[in-house]
Write a protein that binds this ligand. Structure first.
Ligand SMILES: NC(=O)C1=CN([C@@H]2O[C@H](COP(=O)(O)OP(=O)(O)OC[C@H]3O[C@@H](n4cnc5c(N)ncnc54)[C@H](OP(=O)(O)O)[C@@H]3O)[C@@H](O)[C@H]2O)C=CC1
Ligand SMILES: O=C(O)[C@@H]1CCC=N1
Length: 262
């Protein structure tokens, strides 16, 4: 059985494990290292790599990017020519990772988003070895849309469109709910209405496959209420999203520098 060792398994590591367990993966194939000892539901959790006492086939780097420099020497002690390193660290580029783990069989970057927990994630992948791509594709695809990227730039761009989006969507839903409350709605009803409207709209977009302009047109009666609302939204939203992604991109570059120690 393939042994997957998560070094750090907090919000994102636990979400990935949850998705794989729902997909039917064997819980015995996962071990999580968490210094706090907080259990990861459904799998063996230990406080240190030493306590795990296994030679993993895959090591998932699930700690914070800022910790890479300090933790890499310890992690490297468990890496052999049979070990695949899977990094979910934002910002840490392939060259940096290769520098820390020169003995690894291969290094794979993945930038998952939180819906991997319910197998509807977006998780761009980066690794230039076609054999490893074939080996890992079915495993990652259990968690959602898992495209192999041709370059670090493409990987980064998909990551920026999708990686933080669950947080942005949470804000979007909360803003609609707050606007509903401001118009006298009960808080619970306002939140349910906003959340279900976003879920239903995304579901419809995914199942119909139509262009977004067509979907919007089907809602927008000429000179009706939606048209009045869109005049306000369209004036702000594209620029706002662009600035949002630009800020995330800039922070990623800073994190990349921190992982290199420069
Ligand atoms: N959250 C997200 O949506 C996304 C996160 N990522 C990436 O995932 C990584 C983790 O982020 P996230 O899950 O949000 O963060 P969390 O803080 O939830 O998880 C960090 C994990 O690292 C563990 N840890 C801390 N110190 C050590 C150590 N010395 N040795 C081993 N493990 C340690 C923590 O242990 P303990 O649990 O015991 O505290 C925890 O399990 C980051 O690199 C981030 O860039 C990537 C895409 C999306
Ligand atoms: O906020 C972060 O840095 C991580 C990477 C993408 C989503 N969460």
């Amino acid at each position: 059985m393939t042994q997957n060792l998560f070094i750090g398994c907090g919000n994102m590591g636990s979400a990935m494990v949850a998705g794989w367990l729902v997909a039917g993966e064997d819980p015995a194939s996962f071990t999580a290292v968490r210094p706090s000892g907080t259990p990861v539901p459904g799998i063996r959790t230990v406080r240190s790599v030493g306590e795990a006492d296994l030679m993993p086939d895959r090591i998932v780097l699930g700690f914070k990017p800022q910790q890479l420099r300090d933790l890499a020497p310890d992690v490297a002690r468990w890496v052999t020519s049979r070990t695949t390193i899977i990094s979910i660290l934002a910002g840490a580029d392939m060259a940096t990772l290769k520098g820390y783990f020169p003995r690894a069989r291969a290094i794979v970057r993945v930038m998952p988003n939180l819906p991997v927990a319910v197998r509807r994630g977006v998780l761009p992948l980066l690794c230039s070895d076609p054999a490893l791509q074939s080996e890992l594709q079915p495993w990652f695809s259990m968690l959602g849309f898992a495209p192999w990227c041709a370059s670090e730039e493409e990987f980064g761009a998909i990551g920026f469109v999708a990686g933080s989006t669950p947080a942005y969507v949470a804000r979007f839903i909360a803003a609609f709910a707050a606007a509903g409350e401001g118009r006298g709605l009960d808080a619970g009803i306002a939140l349910t209405a906003a959340r279900e409207a976003v879920l239903g709209s995304a579901w419809l977009a995914a199942s119909s496959g139509e262009p977004m302009t067509d979907l919007a047109r089907r809602v927008t009666s000429p000179n009706g209420t939606t048209e009045a609302g869109l005049k306000v939204l369209d004036a702000e939203l594209p620029g706002l999203i662009d600035r949002t992604l630009a800020a995330a991109t800039a922070r990623s570059a800073e994190l990349a520098a921190e992982t290199r120690g420069s």
